[in-house]
Design a protein around this ligand. Structure first.
Ligand code: NAD
Ligand code: TYD
Length: 362
């Protein structure tokens, strides 16, 4: 691993991973390809450790000429593919960009990797000298939804995506694996649960609730709020990806879950309690909780079984939800400049109007 192409490195998880990698690998050169869409920002990349080893390129993963050029010019030997349209609610309001970026964009990267690294099944020589490793970041949402008594998702759980977002990610996962079987492309996949932590764009549940609360705005709970997610701190996720890059077996998939599974309502109440302590207001923040119309096709429960990555690569999460959530709340309170710049840069209010106005109160 000398020259790594990171896609989507100006987004939430990608920018955290770049910070992690610059610390871990002192000789690595990072090329970061990101279109700077609604959730991507150069603000997420300020203050990187050793920034001269990070080269930012604004561009589209669907642009084959650009991707091929980057592969050749920088002798890329590793791709970590984060770039995606990533928000379920946006996919419900407009699915087409999800298919374009998540499916067609992934295909474009796979083709570029095959061209650079060769087709080992047919012994086609590679355009360059290097061997490669393509790592694809996916989600537990491809597995669909669990009933209360069903066991957690394992790597062999059948795919059953139920939103345009998860359907596009499922489709990209299938394409990625097909390149291992058909062309021998050296690759790995991780399917992780809901991430949280610093630099998450404030339209996802946790930062949205922190922000709304500090502004005294309603805290919109979809439906009855008893949906369950498996919360994973982004630093634990970064470590899992790193271990897979170092020791993952080619062609394999690893599930990564945080092992924290409160219902949404419980999670929001915990955020309120932390805020009551560190940023007290005249009334408890939980009084802002407001039930709104549910998300269509809302998956009820996710839970991820991480036994495989634990057994094979020794990974386990280090952040408890209690401490991780408290740190995250404090990070947002301490980084209100970042929040304000991001909100100004992106058309955040337009999104709030679009997603929440017609939801009303339940
Ligand atoms: P994000 O939306 O914060 O970041 C995505 C980044 O991709 C953005 O910077 C965006 O500008 C960039 N991008 C989008 N389209 C692009 C294109 N066509 N070309 C180049 N760049 C493009 O998302 P995230 O939360 O950081 O998620 C990263 C990856 O992790 C995604 O693949 C997502 O499906 C997966 N994932 C996320 C979570 C989570 O909880 N956030 C959970 C499971 C899996
Ligand atoms: P989200 O952060 O959008 O992630 P995902 O849909 O990928 O799980 O939502 C997490 C959970 O929180 C999900 O069950 C939907 C719910 N939710 C709300 O109740 N209110 C909100 O305003 C948002 C954004 C999400």
């Amino acid at each position: 691993m000398k020259n790594i192409l990171i896609t989507g490195g100006a987004g939430f998880i990608g920018s955290n991973f770049i910070r992690y990698l610059l610390e871990k690998e002192p000789d690595l050169e990072i090329i970061d390809l990101d279109i700077l869409g609604y959730a991507g920002s150069l603000e997420n990349l300020k203050g990187l450790p050793d920034p001269e080893r990070h080269t930012f390129v604004q561009g589209d993963i669907c642009d084959a000429d650009l991707v091929n050029k980057l592969m050749q010019e920088h002798k890329i030997d590793t791709i970590v593919h984060f770039a995606a349209e990533s928000h379920v609610d946006r996919s419900i309001l407009g699915p087409a960009p999800f298919v374009q970026t998540n499916v067609f964009g992934t295909l474009t990267l796979l083709e570029a990797a095959k061209q650079a690294w060769g087709d080992t099944r047919r012994d086609t020589p590679s355009a360059g000298e290097q061997n490669g490793h393509f790592h694809h970041i996916s989600t537990d949402e491809v597995f669909g939804t669990l009933a209360p008594d069903e066991p957690a998702f394992v790597e062999s759980t059948a795919y059953d995506p139920r939103s345009p977002y998860s359907a596009s990610k499922a489709s990209s996962d299938h394409l990625v694996r097909s390149y291992f079987h058909t062309y021998g492309l050296p690759l790995t996949v991780t399917n992780c649960s809901n991430n949280y932590g610093p630099y998450q764009f404030p339209e996802k549940l946790i930062p949205l609730m922190i922000l709304n609360a500090t502004q005294g705005k309603p805290l919109p709970i979809y439906g009855d709020g008893l949906q369950i997610r498996d919360w994973l701190h982004v630093e634990d996720h970064c470590e899992a990806i790193y271990l897979v890059l170092k020791g993952g077996k080619m062609g394999e998939t690893y599930n990564v879950g945080g092992g924290n599974q409160p219902a949404n309502l419980d999670l929001v109440n915990r955020i309120c309690s932390i805020l009551d302590l560190v940023h007290p207001a005249s009334v408890p923040y939980s009084s802002l909780i407001s039930y709104v119309r549910d998300r269509p096709g809302h998956d009820r429960r996710y839970a991820v079984d991480s036994s495989k990555i634990k057994a094979e690569l020794g990974w386990e999460p280090h952040h408890s939800l209690e401490e991780g959530l408290s740190d995250t709340v404090k990070w947002y309170l301490d980084n209100m400049d970042w929040v304000e710049t991001i909100l100004k840069e992106k058309d955040y209010q337009a999104w709030l109007d679009k997603n929440y106005e017609e939801r009303g109160k339940k």
